[in-house]
Design a protein around this ligand. Structure first.
Ligand code: S3P
Length: 451
């Protein structure tokens, strides 16, 4: 699942206002976890609305490799016949996670406390990303690890005969690290404790509870989240409906705000409080965004998001908000390019270790399109309102969110914007181009025609 051999340049250009009611695909975080927890339960889990993107399909393959039977039914529902915690089979060959950081890190957690060997590989982007943040707590639990220098992929692990439950304070705000430790704790006897000084998305905790695990969350005196999980539960299969991904909804939301005359509704979007930082920020910037039809399904809040083109103003985004919008900074930078004045975004150090160094990739992309910005080690300032923006070609570095963000820029810029590789969008949002075309956007696979 590598895009390195077949890049697909795409160009977007300004056209009519964006209009209509759309639905973006299922949430990526919940889709990965549905497949994983279904594989660990005994019996049949069903999943409606699974995100069928390359990242999530790589997780399905990995769960098949350890013995789960996963099928798509005629009505689109996925069934997962789980093999049960503690009974996972040793994979017969290397597990290729392509571009998927969540997939590989959470699967390392699951397999790391099982007494089986597994080897993980990924594409050029995933092979640069730090895995020590997950491998180190696994080492503490007794897992043997052999990894490339700097704890990068390829990496091989073999879990001990019996893993040790640990108490682990997560050193960086990362739901993947928190989740990997909890998932390893599932197959360790006794109580695994994760202390989370800064709260991150809580899908693992909520969904494990739904599958019947004994898991509790409390706050300690310092206000840190303390998550306690009792190992070796019998997980019960579930029927899951995956809500639409707020991180994918971010693209039509920003595109509608910055494209004059636009009026768009995005239906049934997940509104988990750890995922909605972008919406809060855009409303503070003056964005006309209303949440309609708020409701609850499967323990998560959902709503329809109605967005109209708006006059935006630059603001300072509190650093404390970063975990609730960590994947949305690239597209926020595009909104900031159309806002009056400066938008200052501090607390961005984690952006350096995403699918690309997103801070640098965004800054270079803005510069290539004539948008003034200042990048420091962990901050970005974007000055909005420049004249004659666009016309550049953006290097995506195998990063889907860089590709999609700069295509959104081209929809409202004075000149078309080209991204060097749109193929990587398949990792999270396969219907991106068709959905945007349905709303009236102009995206072309042939840059010379569009320009
Ligand atoms: C995710 C956690 C975040 C996020 C990623 C999905 C998850 O990563 O960026 O897209 O599903 O747990 P980090 O844990 O590295 O912050």
């Amino acid at each position: 699942m590598s895009h390195e051999s077949s890049p697909l340049p795409l160009t977007s250009s300004a056209g009519a206002p964006l209009t209509g009611t759309i639905k973006v695909p299922g949430d990526k975080s919940i889709s990965h976890r549905s497949l994983m927890f279904g594989a660990l339960a005994v019996g049949r889990t069903t999943v409606k609305g699974l995100l069928e993107s390359e990242d999530v399909l790589a997780t399905a393959e990995a769960m098949r490799a350890v013995g789960a039977v996963i099928n798509k039914q005629a009505d689109g529902t996925y069934t997962i016949d789980g093999i049960g915690l503690g009974s996972l089979l040793e994979p017969e060959s290397v597990i290729d996670f392509g571009n998927a950081g969540t997939g590989v890190r959470l699967t390392m957690g699951i397999l790391g406390s099982h007494n089986i060997a597994a080897t993980f590989v990924g594409d050029a982007s995933l092979s640069k990303r730090p895995m020590g943040r997950v491998l180190n707590p696994l080492r503490d639990m007794g897992t043997n690890v052999i990894a490339r220098d700097g704890d990068r992929l390829p990496a091989s692990i073999k879990g001990p005969e019996q893993a040790l439950p640990i108490t682990y304070r997560v050193p960086m705000p990362s739901a993947q690290v928190k989740s990997a430790v909890l998932l390893a704790g599932l197959n360790a006897p006794g109580v695994t404790t994760v202390i989370e000084p800064i709260a991150t998305r809580d899908h693992t905790e909520k969904m494990l509870k739904g599958f019947g695990a004994d898991i509790s969350v409390s706050l300690n005196e310092a206000g840190e989240r303390v998550i306690k999980l009792t190992g070796q539960p019998e997980l019960e299969p579930q029927d899951i409906e995956v809500p639409s991904d707020p991180s994918s909804a971010a693209f039509p939301i920003v595109a509608a705000l910055i494209t004059p005359g636009s009026d768009v509704t995005i239906e049934s979007v997940l509104l988990n409080e750890h995922r909605t930082g972008l919406i809060t920020t855009l409303i503070e910037m003056g964005g006309k965004i209303e949440i309609l039809n708020r409701r609850e399904t499967g323990g998560e809040e959902l709503g329809d998001i109605h967005v109209k083109a708006s006059h935006l103003k630059g603001i300072t985004v509190p650093a404390s908000r970063a975990p609730s919008m960590i994947d949305e900074y690239p597209v926020l930078a595009i909104a900031a390019a159309f806002a009056e004045g400066d938008t200052f975004m501090p607390g961005l150090d984690e952006l350096r270790v995403k699918e690309s160094d997103r801070l640098a990739a965004v800054a270079r992309g803005l510069e290539a399109n004539g948008i003034p910005c200042v990048e420091t080690e962990d901050t970005l300032t974007v000055t909005g309102g420049a004249n004659n923006i666009g016309g550049g070609t953006v290097t995506t570095h195998l990063d889907h969110r860089i590709a999609m963000s700069f295509l959104v820029l081209g929809m409202a810029a004075h000149k078309p914007v080209t991204v060097d590789d749109g193929a990587v969008i398949q990792t999270s949002f396969p219907t991106f181009t068709s959905l945007f075309e349905k709303m009236g956007a102009k995206i072309s696979a042939n840059s010379s025609e569009a320009a």
